[in-house]
Design a binder for this molecule. Structure first.
Ligand code: BGC
Length: 268
């Protein structure tokens, strides 16, 4: 089988020191891309990922930045310019959860989640578009001027009690992604999203680590297993490659069927 290639591509992956982000960084590097591994606080983890990529013959740099600020985002693009001479792909992935019952949800936790999961995605994507334009199109590199992939969630569509801040941010990411795609496709900038379901990462450890909660979680997944970061990384890789050149403004759900209202299999 022909493997998807990102030869000569330069990519920024935000929130890449753990979970889905680290999976995407490794998959992209393996496909030949030079990657900026962004982290906010866990320098050691980011260094480990960069070390593993380099050991494998890949190119990577660990860069600290808080993506919820314009300055933080700019740092990443400056680093990509400096180390790799430009940028072809942004994977705007950094995300957090601060869960609480609706009336217990503090304004701080509401703001924090919107700042990182929605405003952070907006800021990095805005900077990416500016840089793509400045860089100009080189059709020998790719038919696209640039590619942006947002990490959304099944919760851009599935309401989530106890997580109003998170679901609201992800619903916003859907509209941000589609509005950008509509506006920018004529410039050959491809904007798409991946929407993971329950993937085995630190963000949802409570849901899969313990046997009872894992059983309850599996009730929500028709395909019968919790997802792995590779499942999402493979989808991101395809969206980032030119094999998906006609994909514009689409959300790829990578969720084992979570979006299919599994409780309706026997009900309704
Ligand atoms: C959340 C996880 C959750 C999954 C499915 C993701 O977006 O970050 O905590 O397990 O959606 O509900």
């Amino acid at each position: 089988m022909q493997k998807l290639q990102l030869e000569k591509a330069r990519a920024i992956i935000t929130g890449a020191s753990s979970g889905i982000g680290q999976g995407i960084a490794k998959a992209f590097a393996e496909a030949g891309a030079a990657v900026i591994v962004n982290y906010r606080s866990d320098e050691e983890a980011a260094d480990r990922i960069v070390g593993a990529i380099r050991e494998n013959g890949g190119k990577a740099e660990a860069i600290q930045a808080d993506v919820s600020t314009p300055e933080g985002c700019a740092t990443l693009f400056d680093a990509s310019d400096q180390h790799f001479g430009g940028l072809d792909i942004l994977v705007s992935n950094a995300g957090i959860q601060r869960d609480a019952a609706f009336t217990e949800l503090s304004i701080e936790d509401w703001r924090k989640v919107i700042d990182v999961n929605l405003t952070g995605q907006f800021l990095c994507a805005q900077e990416a578009v500016r840089r793509f334009r400045k860089q100009g199109h080189d059709p020998d590199r790719s038919p696209a001027l640039g590619k942006i992939i947002f990490t959304s969630s099944v919760h851009q569509a599935i309401p989530w009690a106890g997580h109003a801040n998170y679901a609201t941010a992800k619903g916003g990411v859907k509209q941000l992604m589609e509005s950008m795609a509509q506006e920018l496709a004529c410039e050959k900038i491809r904007v798409n999203a991946i929407a993971p379901g329950a993937i085995k990462t630190p963000i949802n450890r409570d849901a899969w680590e313990d046997e009872d909660t894992r059983k309850a979680l599996l009730q929500l997944i028709p395909y019968g297993r919790v997802g792995e970061t590779e499942d999402v990384a493979n989808a991101a890789l395809w969206l980032a490659s030119d094999a998906s050149d006609y994909m514009v403004g689409t959300t790829l759900f990578v969720d084992g069927g979570m979006l299919l209202y599994p409780s309706f299999r026997e009900g309704g």
